[in-house]
Design a protein around this ligand. Structure first.
Ligand SMILES: *Cc1c(COP(=O)(O)O)cnc(C)c1O
Length: 467
């Protein structure tokens, strides 16, 4: 399997290269050259498989020669062996139509663990084959950072520099990053928003002074391997609900468009998905884009669901590339215009093509609280603010009542205890597996929100690629 850039100019890479690369040299994102697909019989065959076996079947077509089936299974067993639930991502029923797919049973309590536990092991495997030191640079609105740090702490031949917006993530999220003591982990709090941090990371990938000395890589959802790992649970959940004989809808609390794009990939691979509901909070650029063709940025409003508080959704470019007929030059021109004007209008034909699978819904804070209380009172489940936004969208988007809908429960409620308590009166307890999070010492560097400050910190603390 070869991977090509959405902007058409970077050279194609294989799976090992694309895993270590992150952003493409032309500023684009890597996607498979074509979508592998399963026949209905092959999907029917997935019924009853364990999470690990489902993962091996779904991911094998993407890894090409980089791993054989035994190596892939071994890595999946290690990655998913760290989850606290035997089903890895259990599916729970809320009522006759509504289901929750609990993706938060990993070490850092959010769905990011599903992909990052795997990615950490892939990095280790591939770096052992190469004579190279890797510097991971990332920006986080909270959950990616903690999951990436857990997955990479103490691993050989890799350093991680993680930027978070100072004061804009929850205490649990911050402590999960800043209390990890490993010499290869560097936490940076910047004075600015998540979008500011993400823009700095993007700029660093295009900065030759940095890239000539360091081999830099990404762990946010611009990394293809992360999206690949997330495709698995769409198959896993739909199989349990009767795929390929019955269509299923998914409602996905969305920020960077990575998780829901993985659902799109599953549908391209042949999984019969009725609809993918893109659930947003008041930071609704994706809702405006999908419902009215208006992809234009505003300012970020901080909310109780901080992992969705973003204005630019990096992975949307991957969808645009498909909607443009996979024309890299067209996508590059579109993105260049957007980066200048912060505004993009989708043509009616593109919108129509997107609407064959995507629908969107914007959930305000009241509806989020109502969904949290409904889950608590009617189904006996305490859910987190992000999952509540997904559930509220699932209940209010006007789906055919005969179609089961699976809301992706993206975080454990204890990761956002204040918001959960405000809505339901219940303060969820941290699961025992996270230990003495609030007693451990924190360690991080505060920097001004300027590119130069962050760059010089990284240049003086990172290990060169040949080091
Ligand atoms: C990252 C995250 C999201 C958004 O996922 P994207 O892939 O960025 O769209 C939603 N909920 C939680 C809890 C998250 O951590």
């Amino acid at each position: 399997m070869e991977y090509i850039s959405t902007r058409g100019a970077a050279s194609p890479l294989n799976f090992e290269q694309v895993t270590l690369a992150g952003l493409a040299g032309d500023g684009g994102l890597y996607v498979p050259q074509s979508w592998p697909s399963f026949s209905p019989a092959e999907i029917a065959d997935m019924a009853g498989l364990s999470y690990v076996e489902t993962a091996v079947r779904v991911m094998l077509p993407f890894v090409g020669d980089a791993l054989d089936e035994t190596e892939l299974r071994d890595i999946c067993e290690q990655a998913y062996g760290r989850f606290s639930h035997a089903a890895v991502t259990p599916l729970v029923q809320l009522d006759g139509q509504q289901w929750l797919l609990e993706l938060f049973h990993g070490p850092t309590l959010a769905f990011k663990d599903v992909a990052l536990q795997l990615l950490g092991l892939l990095f280790e495997k591939f770096l052992a084959r190469q004579d190279k030191h890797l510097t991971v640079v990332g920006a986080t609105s909270g959950d990616t950072g903690s999951a990436a740090i857990d997955a990479l702490a103490g691993r050989d031949k890799v350093d991680i520099f993680m930027l978070h917006p100072d004061g804009r993530i929850s205490d649990v999220q911050r402590r999960q990053m800043t209390t990890v003591r490993a010499p290869n982990v560097h936490n940076i709090a910047i004075d600015g928003s998540f979008d500011d941090a993400q823009a700095m990371v993007k700029r660093m990938f295009a900065d030759q002074e940095v890239t000539n000395r360091f081999s830099i890589s990404a762990v946010n959802s611009i990394n293809w391997a992360r999206l690949m790992a997330q495709v698995v649970y769409y198959f896993y959940a739909a199989s349990q609900l009767g795929a390929p004989h019955r269509k299923v809808a998914f409602s996905v609390p969305t920020g960077n468009f990575g998780d829901v794009f993985a659902g799109y990939v599953a549908s391209k691979m042949g999984l019969p998905i009725e609809q993918l509901i893109v659930a947003t909070n008041v930071n609704d650029i994706l809702h405006r884009a999908l419902s009215a063709g208006d992809y234009s940025t505003g300012t970020v409003t901080p909310t109780a669901a901080p992992s969705m508080d973003i204005q630019v959704s990096s992975n949307f470019e991957r969808l645009l590339f498909d909607l443009e007929g996979r024309d890299g030059a067209k996508t590059a021109a579109r993105m260049a215009a957007f980066e200048k004007s912060h505004n993009m209008q989708l043509e009616p034909a593109m919108r129509e093509a997107a609407s064959s699978i995507f629908t969107s819904h914007r959930v305000d804070p009241d509806d989020m609280s109502i969904a949290m209380r409904w889950a608590q009172d009617r189904a006996g489940h305490v859910i987190d603010p992000h999952s509540a936004i997904g559930l509220s969208a699932a209940q209010n988007v006007g789906l055919d009542p005969a179609v089961p809908v699976v809301t992706l429960a993206t975080a454990h409620p204890a990761k956002f205890p204040d918001a959960v308590e405000r809505a339901t009166g219940i303060r969820p307890a941290l699961p025992r597996r996270v230990g003495d999070l609030f007693d451990r010492e924190e360690n991080y560097t505060k920097l001004p929100g300027t590119y130069d400050a962050v760059k010089s910190f990284i240049m003086s603390n990172a290990t060169p690629s040949d080091g």
